[in-house]
Write a protein that binds this ligand. Structure first.
Ligand code: PA5
Length: 447
């Protein structure tokens, strides 16, 4: 098995005969329109052929920059929000050791994330943690004006300069931003930081295979070539020429839309590996921001299992029947742990003695799937042979391509996000930002 796969029988049993077939012309037209660049939002299709067009020179430049940071830093803070950080975090956490990064094993830097909230305590505790550490910063912002990221970067830049000296700070601060505009670009040029460009035609949530994701992933010590190769293989495997039955992205897009049309308004992405928690978060942004508009769109929710079976399990099994579930299942874990013997056997679990923990996890997964299907929850299953960079590259591109197709079939522009401006406008009005005088007066009337 050298590819991820999609099992759909336990979802299709909930659909009327012909429901998928009826969507095929739209699905195929959407995939063709993506390929030909003729769809809504076609000025943001740069992600489509990114994997196959990334050059060896570009990867070498990213790896060389990562080496400079790794050689000079015990800690690297990635400042960014939304599409400017979720993909990097998802891959780093999926590939990393869940505990070692906290203590820094000496081979790889501790990777931290900032600029993704406005929590005063978060920032205070981060700055405190960084005291005395040889830290560097990757400042990621396409617009260069995002409040959360700009705030964190102001603090981090000053602390890095104070702690490490101006010359070293300029070596260990790297910018990933627009080619020409925005504060991050201006600062990078003024200070002489090494910088990478986020292409104009790649939106934030589709940018993990640009330096936005690749630089932090390389800094963490993971194989960006394998990640890109996995994505490039999936780019080929999801092209419009690939027949529907073999085209994972087209199938997933068709199934989601058929389920939505059948009243399933919420999709729950579930994993059985804690390492995939941030992949859930990345997926939620990808689908939420791409499809939730114009009064339409599947609500993307996510759970970590079996953990959340002890919190959300009741709702999923027995709540309103407007959900379907998509499980990411990893066939082979990296390690082997056997169920231990206990002399007293008070928990009655000695019958599992000597068996792999993963066998228990897999039976929990299968038992849960069957229970949820019995409870009226259509189930899709994406199987990854292993959690490595290559299959993560496949998974990322699969989800991106399916998202483009699915949004177009739904009848929205999957590549814009007009709704996210509303809170920013109110926040700046409430804070009295110069230029917002009329909005400030209007909003104060309301409170
Ligand atoms: O997907 C998106 O466009 C957003 O999530 C952005 O990535 C996020 O708002 C950060 O924007 P920027 O990179 O301009 O700081």
């Amino acid at each position: 098995m050298n590819t991820i796969s999609l099992e759909s029988g336990k979802a299709e049993q909930f659909l009327a005969a012909g429901a998928i077939e009826a969507l095929l012309p739209q699905v195929e037209a959407a995939n063709r329109a993506l390929e030909d660049g003729t769809c809504a939002g076609n000025d943001f299709l740069g992600w489509m052929h990114l994997p196959s067009s990334i050059t060896a020179e570009h990867l070498a430049d990213l790896k060389a920059t990562a080496e400079v940071l790794r050689a000079n830093c015990d800690t690297i803070v990635v400042a960014g929000i939304g599409g400017s950080y979720l993909g990097a975090r998802a891959v780093i956490e999926a590939l990393g050791n869940q505990f070692e990064w906290l203590t820094n094993n000496g081979e790889n830097p501790v990777m931290l994330f900032a600029g993704n909230n406005i929590g005063e305590d978060y920032l205070a505790e981060l700055c405190e943690y960084l005291k005395g550490r040889r830290f560097g910063v990757i400042n990621i912002s396409k617009s260069g004006t995002t409040t959360e990221t700009a705030l964190a970067f102001r603090l981090l830049k000053k602390q890095c300069e104070d702690q490490r000296g101006l010359e070293m700070a300029r070596k260990v601060i790297v910018a990933v931003t627009d080619a020409k505009k925005g504060a991050a670009r201006v600062t990078a040029d003024k200070e002489g930081y090494k910088s990478f460009i986020i292409p104009d035609n790649v939106g934030g949530r589709f940018s993990v295979l640009t330096p936005v994701g690749l630089l932090p992933i390389a800094c963490a010590g993971f194989d960006i070539e394998a990640l890109v190769k996995g994505a490039a293989d999936m780019e080929k495997a999801t092209a419009p020429e690939v027949p529907f039955a073999e085209n994972l992205a087209a199938r997933y897009a068709a199934l989601r839309n058929a389920l939505y049309n059948a009243g399933k308004k919420i999709e729950i992405l579930a994993n059985y590996q804690p390492k995939l928690h941030s992949m859930n978060e990345w997926w939620k942004q990808l689908y939420g921001e791409s499809e939730g508009k114009g009064g339409k769109g599947i609500f993307p929710a996510a759970v970590d299992l079996t953990t959340d079976l002890h919190s959300m399990g009741q709702w999923i099994q027995d709540g309103e029947r407007t959900i379907f579930e998509t499980v990411i299942s990893v066939a082979q874990p990296r390690h082997t742990v056997l169920f231990p013997h206990d002399e007293e056997n008070l928990d009655g679990l000695n019958f599992l003695e000597g068996r792999r923990v993963d066998e228990v996890n897999k039976m929990a997964e299968l038992g849960t799937q069957l229970a949820h299907v019995d409870g009226g929850v259509p189930n899709l299953r994406i199987v990854m042979p292993e959690l490595n960079a290559y299959y993560l590259g496949q998974l990322i591109y699969f989800f991106e391509r399916a998202c483009g197709i699915s949004g177009l079939v739904l009848g929205v522009n999957p590549f814009d996000q007009p709704g996210v401006e509303a809170y920013k406008k109110n926040m700046f009005a409430l804070l009295g930002k110069p230029g917002y005088e009329a909005e400030t007066a209007a909003i104060r009337e309301r409170i």
